[in-house]
Design a protein around this ligand. Structure first.
Ligand code: AFD
Ligand code: MN
Ligand code: MN
Length: 397
């Protein structure tokens, strides 16, 4: 059944506004805690990561920004930020959110902002303040810290004291934000800590964001929830409180697996996007949300996998955009359960691909971004440029 012209217009409007930020780290060699499989086309420098990300933007038209990790992408600190920002602009993209990294240095073995040693807490805070300065130098709005602080065994940490140390550290970080910047606080129930994680769920992140200050919000990583958790309900509450800063989008089968978005449970992604479309319909204003991908692909070809993720996200958001909100609201009021559910299912089951292809044609974009990328020869070129290096690295890995 073809879509109604009104539905096609809704899809066009949605795709016009839908921007998804790519993670620099997704283009580099990554792996699991059991090891890495080296990819000869993997990016090794920020320039190469930006170049690969720019390819995804070139073929999809909706990925103008690239999230960076300061330790991996700005190893020289603040001095690296502006040149990288210029390089990004030269490639047709820009630097997006900036992630501090207080989970790899040896000093953070017993925590960062919640480390019992005040000198380590100060070191972690200094790094976050430096990251905020790097974000300013790169022209970035969002600083997105993720903390691994927690403990592996009962009785080894004072959880209330950790909470207070986090309130203190995040308040100090918030105080140095530029007026247009945001501090997006990410939560995760477990890993690498396995008994307690200090910022384990959306409630803790919300409370810490409110304690930090008015420019702090919550970052929802879709892989950071227990199996049965209703993520779209969390999204609805944070939206209603104007506390949803944005997403790290990925899919998961068991835990924080960082799989291709929609590869395991596309209906859940659709329901999350539906809550946003419903909020925008009810309020008549766009939700100011940063849609970021956070995935690590150690088996699939990295740039191709990112093209899969982006085109899947566009498709699921287009499906969410055609839900008949007027009709749904009526069925909810009258408790017509079957009809209400069918409003969602009808949209989810609809084939939105023709409308998306039409949108791409209208934008001068390839109707099949992945096929166009494969035909471009980019992968062959970078395999020649980077291939020898990966073999060398493999011999010393
Ligand atoms: C890991 C963490 C978290 C963080 C990301 C990038 O679980 O999602 O945002 O690395 O630092 O996936
Ligand atoms: Mn994340
Ligand atoms: Mn994660």
């Amino acid at each position: 059944m073809s879509l109604h012209p009104r539905q096609e217009e809704a899809i066009f409007r949605t795709l016009d506004a839908f921007r998804i930020e790519l993670p620099s780290w997704a283009f580099a060699n990554t792996g699991t805690r059991f090891g890495k499989f080296l990819d000869p086309t993997a990016a090794a420098t920020i320039d190469e990561k930006l170049a690969d990300a720019a390819q995804v933007h070139r073929f999809t038209g909706c990925c103008p920004s690239v999230a960076v990790h300061v330790l991996w992408d700005f190893p020289g600190g603040v001095q690296d930020a502006a040149p990288a920002a210029q390089r990004a602009l030269d490639l047709g993209v820009r630097i997006g959110s900036v992630s501090p990294n207080v989970f790899q240095d040896q000093e953070y073995k017993y925590g960062s902002l919640a480390n019992p040693d005040p000198a380590i807490r100060a070191k972690a805070l200094d790094h976050i303040l430096d990251s905020i300065e790097m974000a300013k130098a790169a022209g970035s709005r969002d600083i997105t810290p993720w903390f691994t602080d927690g403990s592996n065994y009962p009785g080894t940490a004072n959880m209330r004291q950790h909470k207070r140390w986090f309130e203190e550290g995040l308040r100090a970080a918030h105080a140095t934000l530029a007026p247009d910047q945001r501090l997006l606080i990410e939560y995760k129930p477990f890993e690498p800590a396995f008994y307690h994680t200090d910022i384990a769920d959306w409630g803790m992140a919300l409370q810490l964001a409110k304690a930090a200050g008015p420019q702090a919000k919550v970052l929802v990583d879709t892989g950071h929830h227990y199996q049965a958790q209703n993520i779209e309900q969390i999204v609805a509450w944070l939206l209603d409180d104007n506390m949803l800063g944005g997403f790290h989008l990925n899919d998961r089968r068991f835990a924080d697996d960082d799989l291709t978005l929609g590869s395991i449970d596309p209906y859940q992604v659709f329901r999350i996007f539906h809550e946003i479309c419903c909020f925008e319909w009810e309020t008549g204003r766009p939700a100011d949300i940063a849609y970021m991908v956070d995935q690590s692909h150690n088996l699939k070809p990295k740039t191709e996998e990112m093209l899969q993720t982006i085109t899947r996200a566009q498709m699921l958001f287009a499906k969410a955009a055609i839900v008949d909100h007027e009709r749904l609201a009526g069925h909810q009021r009258s408790c017509s359960l079957i009809d209400a559910e069918e409003c969602l299912q009808t949209a989810f089951q609809s084939d939105v691909r023709p409308a998306i292809e039409e949108w791409r044609r209208a934008k001068g974009l390839p109707v099949d971004p992945l096929a166009a990328f494969r035909e471009s020869g980019y992968l062959r070129r970078i395999a020649e440029e980077r291939g020898g290096r990966a073999q060398a690295a493999a011999s010393y890995a």
